[in-house]
Design a protein around this ligand. Structure first.
Ligand code: NAD
Length: 453
């Protein structure tokens, strides 16, 4: 298999030690940055062809992230890769202890289609910064963006260092039989399990960036106008095809009517219309059909229209929804917002606890006790108080899931650590060794050792 040959060449290349030099890493990070900038137009066109994403959205939610990542690593490469001196315990005196950020070797990155540039290239950039070779398998569902990345990278990078492998399920299945030093997967929980099992065969470590049902909770103590605006933006960005989008809304009964009115107002104000530039299309027919089936006509509060030819689904609020409605049984991943009201804040949180741990959670309130309970009680990958989605734009925060929403994390220094092994080295002086640890043992030695340890 051709890709096996490329992987073997990457293994050989990695053993030459070239990727470990900081100058090498910087050079190729700069190169990637320049290629992205000089091919910006082509990248916009490709994603627009795939699902009508606007230049504005592509820059703010994809390219700016990638460029920031590259700038961050170029700037911080030296400090991130510097061996860290740590203290040495008494029994290891006279000695010194260091932790080396050691590149893992050959990395496989499998990307998702919904933010195809960011979710494919951000992990690749972190892997490069940490000194690895890498094969990227973008999602074939966003075919044009996959081809654009392959075109840019495969023409400009040596395949023994970085290579984009175009392929679908069959190719990915074959790829997963090979031995990598790390697999970084972004996608659904279902496919995440397949990747995890395949990786186990080689004891390959994985980072799994998966999905789930992320709640947004609005209490009567929230700034309702701000909450409505931020929820509408986070939910309908990319037509709801965002892993950290609020999946469903829990709203306190006392403010439910007023709040739904505000949501409706902002949906109108943001002009998410069929021919609008700022509203993304549904990625394909299959997802379109799946989403349309989830619209319960009896429960449409606002929206509910769709156009199959344009793969357009209007931002839709469904109310009132129950926990056992079909839409609450799976991740929605589209522009449908089910609303469940609650009387007791604690009972609402308990209901979330009964579900799988979500990738994100959002709370809207100005009440400090409610904030405290939210952060202590719920387990979720990451989230915001009084905003949606924006936590992932702060690269000082690790980004990743927990439980069925994922394992491991990245962004900023966490990305660098994800693709490095923390190699511990204790260096001892060659003089002054007490004989106490060596046989033959005695009662006296033991009593000394007990004092020491
Ligand atoms: P997906 O799981 O269908 O596909 C992801 C990748 O897996 C693609 O590259 C695809 O080619 C590959 N793949 C698909 N079927 C496979 C199989 N049988 N064997 C091996 N590989 C296979 O996910 P998607 O539709 O691209 O993305 C949507 C999902 O991803 C949602 O659940 C969303 O929440 C999640 N997601 C998570 C994050 C995150 O950062 N945590 C980001 C984006 C999307």
């Amino acid at each position: 298999m051709e890709i096996e040959r490329i992987l073997l060449s990457q293994r050989d290349f990695f053993t030459t030690q070239q990727t470990k030099s900081l100058a090498f890493r910087k050079m190729y990070l700069e190169k990637l940055k320049n290629l992205i900038i000089s091919n910006e137009k082509m990248l916009y066109e490709a994603i627009n062809k795939d699902f009508g994403k606007s230049e504005f959205d592509t820059f703010t939610t994809e390219l700016s992230f990638i460029l920031n990542d590259i700038n961050y690593y170029i700037k911080n490469l030296k400090s991130l890769s510097k061996p860290k001196k740590v203290s040495t315990n008494l029994v290891n005196q006279l000695g010194s202890s260091r932790i080396y950020a050691d590149p893992l070797g050959c990395i496989l990155v499998i990307g998702a289609w919904n933010y195809p540039y960011q979710l494919s290239l951000s992990p690749v950039i972190a892997a490069m910064a940490a000194g690895n070779c890498c094969i990227l398998k973008p999602s074939e569902i966003a075919e044009n963006t996959m081809k654009a990345m392959a075109f840019i990278i495969n023409q400009n990078f040596p395949p023994e260092y970085l290579y984009v492998y175009e392929g679908g399920i069959e190719e990915t299945t074959a790829l997963l039989t090979l031995k990598f030093d790390k697999i970084f997967f972004t996608g659904s929980t279902k496919i995440g399990k397949i990747v995890y099992k395949a990786a186990a065969e080689h004891l390959t470590p994985v980072t799994l960036e998966l999905g789930g049902k992320s709640p947004a909770i609005v209490t009567q103590n929230a700034n309702l106008e701000m909450a409505a605006k931020r929820i509408v933006w986070g939910k309908f960005l990319n037509a709801g095809q965002t892993c950290v989008a609020p999946d469903y809304l829990l709203v306190e009964e006392t403010i439910q009517e007023q709040f739904l009115e505000m949501l409706r107002k902002y949906i109108k104000e943001f002009k998410y219309e069929p021919d609008s530039e700022q509203y993304t299309r549904i990625i394909n027919q299959r997802n379109f059909q799946r989403l349309v089936r989830l619209i319960d006509q009896e429960k449409i509060y606002s929206g509910g229209n769709f156009d199959e030819e344009k793969l357009y689904i209007e931002p839709t609020i469904l109310n009132p929804i129950n926990w056992n409605d079909e839409i609450m049984q799976e991740e929605i991943f589209g522009p449908l917002l089910p609303v469940i009201s609650f009387q007791s804040y604690n009972a609402a949180l308990n209901s979330i606890l009964e579900l799988e741990k979500p990738l994100a959670a959002y709370l809207f309130t100005n009440n400090s006790e409610e904030k405290e309970i939210f952060t202590r009680k719920l387990s979720f990958g990451g989230g915001c108080i009084n905003d949606t989605v924006m936590h992932l734009s702060n690269d000082h925060l690790p980004f990743g899931g927990v439980g069925s929403s994922g394992t491991g994390n990245y962004h900023g220094k966490y990305g660098f650590e994800t693709f490095s092994h923390q190699k511990s080295v204790l260096e001892k002086a060659t003089w002054g060794e007490p004989n106490i640890k060596y046989p033959p043992y005695s009662e006296k030695k033991l009593s000394w050792i007990k004092k020491f340890l």
